[in-house]
Write a protein that binds this ligand. Structure first.
Ligand SMILES: Nc1ncnc2c1ncn2[C@@H]1O[C@H](COP(=O)(O)OP(=O)(O)O)[C@@H](O)[C@H]1O
Ligand SMILES: [Mg+2]
Length: 359
């Protein structure tokens, strides 16, 4: 276990800058997930921590030691990639023990460590098989076993579950989380999948365009996204956004929808152009007068939930109800948008309005 400090790190490929002063403190034993759209710089940052990419500016420290110029093998890290790259002509046990063999460790020690890692990962019965005799999930586990036997200070994972089918991905998520709870090794994990990030991480770091948009505990980011990017990135189906302005105590969307706001929220907003956000699961079914009534465009029952897209004036709102709602396209439906669930962002900066914590 070791803390990892990233201070003002930049990266350029020739004249192209892909990382613009990233700073991040990772406490020892933390499970941190770097999440963001493809191309935002997640792998580049992870590879700089691993020592597989040079650092153009700033400092990276592992366990309090500056490692900018330390070779990957001397950084006390182990990395698991999306492609497991197992040796095809070595057995599971030989694959797992190979790094220790290269390091010249005694055979007895290698066998003990490989067996211990195999037990943790339930690979015991597969130790003498070759990679081609394993399923995708089993290969994934061997790749993790190879990292575990090295007993590193830090685990680095780069999209390790991307090659697995949906069901196995969910299972491996649980396994990796359980593994971390058991070993408590500092872990930095990269994914583009926000559900993976939300469910596994102690802390999420949302990246975009070579910068950190926001870092914090998953539910804190979900409940109080710092800006439009994070608000739109976390959550599925995504948050609804309406452009508009404040009129009196209410928000008037350009499409005509009126949202009642808490008074201090309305006051803080002033006269600027705004974006109001509300998550689909916060839309409430309503009956009768004084509520918003729209026309159903699409209804999508999934069994547990019902997703309904509604047109209200020229605005469109997606709702996700935890109940059956027996409506069809063309029907009328009344909803309520609770004022304490509305997020307001400054349209020009994209930043959440600072309100003295009214939400
Ligand atoms: N060797 C390279 N040369 C030039 N640009 C690169 C190189 N590797 C990555 N990039 C660029 O750096 C950015 C970040 O890439 P990457 O870290 O792989 O993103 P992510 O892992 O978030 O999908 C991308 O715009 C990518 O095109
Ligand atoms: Mg990547």
């Amino acid at each position: 276990m070791a803390p990892v400090q990233i201070a003002n790190v930049t990266k350029s490929y020739g004249a192209i800058s892909v990382m613009n002063g990233v700073s991040l403190d990772i406490a020892e034993g933390d499970f941190v997930i770097l999440v963001g759209p493809s191309g935002c710089g997640k792998s580049t940052l992870l590879r700089m921590i691993a020592g597989l990419e040079s650092i153009s500016g700033g400092t990276i420290a592992i366990g309090g030691r500056r490692v900018n110029d330390v070779a990957p093998k001397d950084r006390d890290i182990a990395m698991v990639f999306q492609s497991y790259a197992l040796y095809p002509h070595k057995t599971v046990a030989q694959n797992m023990g190979f790094a220790l063999k290269l390091a010249g460790r005694p055979q007895a020690e290698i066998e003990a460590k490989v067996k211990a890692a195999g037990d943790i990962l339930a690979l015991g019965p597969l130790m003498d098989r070759y990679p081609k005799q394993l399923s995708g999930g089993q290969r994934q586990r061997v790749a993790m076993g190879r990292a575990i036997v090295r007993e590193p200070e830090v685990f680095l994972f780069d999209e390790p579950l991307s090659n697995l089918d949906a069901k196995l991905r969910v299972q491996m998520r649980t396994e990796i989380k359980a593994l971390h709870q058991r070993l408590k090794t500092t872990t930095i994990y990269v994914t583009h999948d926000q559900i993976e990030a939300m469910t596994m991480a102690d802390r999420i770091v949302v990246m975009n365009g070579g910068r950190i948009e926001q870092a914090g505990r998953p539910l804190d980011l979900y409940d109080r996204p710092a800006n439009l990017f994070v608000a739109g990135f976390l959550g599925s189906p995504p948050m609804n956004f309406l452009n508009g302005r404040i009129e009196g105590d209410a928000f008037r969307a350009n499409g005509g929808t009126i949202l009642r706001l808490t008074p201090d929220l309305a006051k803080a907003a002033g006269g600027r152009e705004l974006v109001a956000g509300i998550r689909p699961e916060h839309v409430v079914l309503a009956n009768g007068e004084g509520h918003l009534t729209g026309t159903v465009i699409v209804d999508e029952p999934t069994g547990a939930e019902t997703q309904i897209a509604l047109r209200i004036g020229s605005d469109e709102i997606l709702a996700n109800f935890r109940e059956r709602v027996p409506v069809r396209a063309g029907d009328k439906l009344s909803i309520q948008l609770p004022s304490d669930k509305i997020h307001l962002f400054d349209k020009s900066t994209g930043q959440r309005l600072a309100l003295g914590d009214t939400q």
